[in-house]
Design a protein around this ligand. Sequence first.
Ligand code: KIV
Ligand code: ZN
Length: 536
Amino acid sequence: MSEVRQIKIFDTTLRDGEQSPGCSMNKAEKLELAQALVDLGVDIIEAGFPIASPDDFDAVREIASVVRGSTVCGLARCNEQDIDRAWDALKLAKQARIHVFLATSAIHREFKLKMTREEIVARAVAGVKRAVGYCDDVEFSPEDAARTESDFLCEVVEAAIAAGATTINIPDTVGYATPTHMGNVIRNLKNRVPNIDKATISIHCHNDLGLAVANSLAAVEAGAGQIECTMNGIGERAGNCSLEEVVMALRTRFDYYQVTTGVHTKRLVPTSRLLQNITGMQVQRNKAIVGRNAFAHEAGIHQDGMLKERSTYEIMRPEDVGLTKTDLVLGKHSGRAALADRAKALGYQLTGEQLQAVFEKFKRLCDKKKEVYDADIAAIIELELHGLPEVEVWTMSGYKLTAAAGQTPSVALSLCRGKEIVTKEVAVGDGPFDALFLAIEQITGIEVTCRDFSVHSVTVGKDAQGEVTVEVEHGGQLYRGRGVSTDSVEASALAFLNAINRVAATAGRPKDRVSPHEANAAATTAAAPNAETTKT
Ligand code: KIV
Ligand code: ZN
């Protein structure tokens, strides 16, 4: 019987994922997510790109010194300064990895790097050697590998392994590959690179054609031993390979792939929720595995089949991904023990203090709502655990809204900052939400442009809690906010205020940083005087 391979899961939510618009996180949030990723069972956490900004450096250093149980990785271009900086951030990690990358495709060589093939090989070898001087665990990525000529890709990979790289990552940087193509790229490396057995082959797919998960699976089938992915599939443009999808595909189709991962799949939904709450970026309802509808059977024929035998229409059990499905509804007669029990079943481990705070909110909700569902409880817990205390510069004290058909709505709003309470009355013509948002802007002195505003109910029924998410733009950056209340006007105000608080807490910070792709072009220019300053 052939041995079951264990595929390494390399999570890059904190690096490639965090780079995507509206997904930036502060150090405390990154640390919290890193801990959750350890609990999820990922093998490697790519914690950031230390040279990109002082904030990135600090976050990687903090994660490296605190987090135990997964390897902590930092990204670097193939130059001394980057690699030294990456090591400086990583050196306190129990298990550290340096990830160096350099573009290899003809398009990147000619237009971005202005380097010959020989220069690329020499730079890759020098970068890997420098990293190996610091740590044994070195990953090399030929950026845009999926569009690199196969002979040249084999040459670079062979040289990188000979220089000491222990993992060779194959990025489909622009999401161009298809599954058959990607399988062939990996097979080609396995067949033609003589020292390929000395390294683990990794796959890193972007989702521009919606194929990132399919391409990663094809790579595994062809022999890849590591998958690079992000929670909820966040990442540049259309995102990266979604961790929850690829892990559940391998698990559900073990019959076909015959491989395992070390991921504790029951932690998938809680980790996904944590990320949604930290970034304010909600997944779509029909998102596979973690979307609200992922396990909802609506059609009568399906429901009938499910009642007779679950496997007729269900290929995975909701509880296996951390979704507890229960008909038991909590209400005002439910006690703290029942709430604690339900919280545990939903995947949350609350301290006594947290449970008390959640219980008080739960009781207040029971006064407004007869039946309290799992989603209500999860929403309360999430707000309690990840209510972003660090960014709560302003809190809402109260509001009075006057609106009637044909009349200009007006609002009197009070916000608190520390001990200070500021009240403002405004009347504007574009509806009650406009009036509320304007009042918030006037009190806080932060002006934003609202880019997205959506309201949906957390559960069912007329008394359901409304969940509002907003996306605002300020100084060229996107910020998200979320609010939950049985009163949808209040939920909207809370969401808008949450976004404004993020602006107040982080404005200016993301601007200091460079993305790996921009940085790559800039560093190449600095290192090679003849190269042009072309940026990707
Ligand atoms: O997509 C990509 O090429 C990358 C590399 C830095 C690995 O993210
Ligand atoms: Zn990438």
